[in-house]
Design a protein around this ligand. Structure first.
Ligand code: SAM
Length: 283
């Protein structure tokens, strides 16, 4: 098996296939040999586990996942990489490449067809241009997966993994925490990729919750979260009034009933606070 973490090997394969990197597809391939084994190990890949990988590139992480898991299904949009993956994954009979856009693929169907009887995890070095939509889609669709381990830009990792109620907390922090317990696993320097991006990265793991930590009407809860963070600098009374299109008086009454201070800023609120506001709004 070709060791893909070696930069000389990667360059040789890419040049033999006449491959050129596509910036618009977020193609920064891992060349640091220590990252993929660690990421695969921490993803939960192992016996009895099936892995969905998003964007295998030339297969550097895929190889590690195949060595650990019962089965790997890797979704790659760029069809120029298919012959490369045929070559680099030739030693494995437990891998399937699906040439598709992960945002358009029916992942429920994929899991049903490919992973019967297996626990399922997601593991990916995500194309950064679709980090949030991919993560939110994986969570909102309530796929039967136990964990999502992804490499994202360092700033995105810090925001997603910030404690809810802390300065760095944002709409994505609250939304992700509703579905999962996020964990920042380790940082990865920009020099670990070919070509090197401008920013550092980090690997995070979202441990999917069996049930949400608060009981709420979801559409209203997420509308409140979006409105609250739409104008971060404003106090919650003003951002909710503007974001939900309701008068200030109405919102002040809602906040009082929900037991939330009108002068607080969105990042200080807990999941229970957002759920309380949503509940009063629904009365
Ligand atoms: N896993 C490889 C690695 O770590 O070296 C490649 C990671 S690279 C950051 C992202 C990969 O996602 C690329 O191979 C790119 O072609 C693929 N990709 C981009 N957009 C995609 C999409 N919408 N659906 C599936 N794959 C996509």
């Amino acid at each position: 098996m070709k060791r893909l973490s070696d930069i000389g090997t990667i360059k040789e394969i890419l040049s033999r296939h006449g491959f050129t990197f596509s910036k618009s597809l977020g193609q920064n391939f891992l060349i640091n040999p220590s990252v993929c084994p660690r990421m695969a190990e921490l993803s939960g890949a192992g016996a009895g586990v099936g892995v969905i990988e998003i964007g295998p590139g030339i297969g550097v992480l895929t190889q590690e996942l195949c060595a650990l898991a019962d089965k790997v299904v890797a979704v790659e949009l760029d069809k120029r990489l298919l012959p490369v993956l045929d070559e680099t994954l030739a030693d494995f009979d437990n891998v399937k490449i699906v040439n598709a856009d992960v945002l358009r693929l029916d992942l429920h169907q994929l899991i049903q067809e490919e992973f019967s009887g297996l626990e399922v995890v997601v593991c990916a070095n995500l194309p950064y241009y679709i980090t949030s939509p991919v993560i939110m889609r994986l969570l909102e669709e309530r796929l039967p997966v136990s964990a999502v381990t992804v490499m994202v830009q360092k700033e995105a990792a810090q925001r997603i993994c910030a404690p809810v109620g802390s300065r760095l907390s944002g709409a994505v922090t609250v939304s992700v925490n509703y579905y999962a317990e996020p964990e920042l696993l380790f940082g990865v320097s920009a020099g670990s990729f070919l070509p090197a991006p401008k920013v550092d990265s980090a690997v995070i793991r979202l441990n999917i919750r069996q049930k949400p930590p608060v009981q709420t009407e979801e559409a209203r809860f997420f509308a409140v979260v979006r409105a609250a963070f739409s104008q971060r600098r404003k106090v919650i009374a003003n951002s909710l009034s503007a974001g939900l299109g309701k008068s200030k008086e109405e919102i002040l009454a809602v906040l009082e009933q929900a037991g939330v201070s009108p002068g607080a800023r969105a990042e200080k609120l807990s999941l229970a606070d957002f759920a309380a506001i949503a509940a009063v709004l629904g009365d």
